[in-house]
Design a protein around this ligand. Structure first.
Ligand SMILES: [Zn+2]
Length: 205
């Protein structure tokens, strides 16, 4: 692309670094901003800086939060002894939208993926084992997507916690294999949490 303005080119280059945004889309977005009132761009950049500088991870469940302990972990009406293991905040949002789960979450921050160089040490797995060793959890629900990485991660955690006396279950697979949780409709996902099955059963297929 030949730009008549270095400033424009720079903005397009920055926007096009975002996933799924090519140079053409970036140019369209940037030109859109130029047509909008200046304060819109100011709000956008402030929101992004605020996000990057001030957002935290809950110290208990590691979900994205504005406070040290998130609203879910802080809610005394929820059962802290049932913990649902998920990959990231999108899964928390999907499960919360079903209103079928009253326990807490543990957000791993990803899945084990040797290809992408993500090992157990890069995820919040040790912190989960620690909670279990401290007797804080009675039931652990695996709710990772059933991709190869999801299955590997579930199995790795399962092996680490076998020696502890806790119930492990996995969400029932009304959700098709390989589907990401965030795309499951609320009714299907809600039902799969209510009808969860013992984890052992899911790996003896
Ligand atoms: Zn939390």
């Amino acid at each position: 692309m030949d730009f008549s303005s270095k400033i424009l080119e720079n903005a397009v280059n920055e926007v096009s670094r975002l996933p799924g945004i090519g140079k053409r889309t970036a140019l369209r977005l940037v030109l859109h901003l130029l047509k909008q009132p200046k304060e819109n761009t100011a709000y956008l950049s402030e929101a992004l800086l605020h996000l990057r500088n001030d957002v935290k991870n809950c110290q208990k469940c590691f979900n994205i939060s504005d406070t040290d302990i998130c609203d879910i972990c802080n809610n005394v009406k929820r059962n802290p002894e049932i913990v649902c293991v998920v990959e990231d905040i999108r899964d928390v949002m999907a499960i919360e939208s079903t209103s079928q789960f009253n326990g807490l979450y543990h957000v791993l921050g990803g899945k084990i993926s040797p290809i992408e160089g993500i090992g157990p040490q890069n995820l919040q797995i040790d912190s989960l084992i620690k909670k279990i060793a401290n007797n804080e959890i009675k039931e652990l629900i695996f709710a990772l997507s059933s991709t190869m990485e999801g299955d590997t991660t579930n199995f790795y955690i399962f092996k680490q916690i076998e020696k502890y006396n806790i119930t492990t279950s996995t969400i029932a697979r009304g959700i098709a294999v390989g589907d990401e949780l965030e795309y499951a409709d609320e009714v299907t996902l809600g039902r799969s949490i209510v009808n969860r099955i013992p984890f052992e059963q899911s790996i003896s297929r």
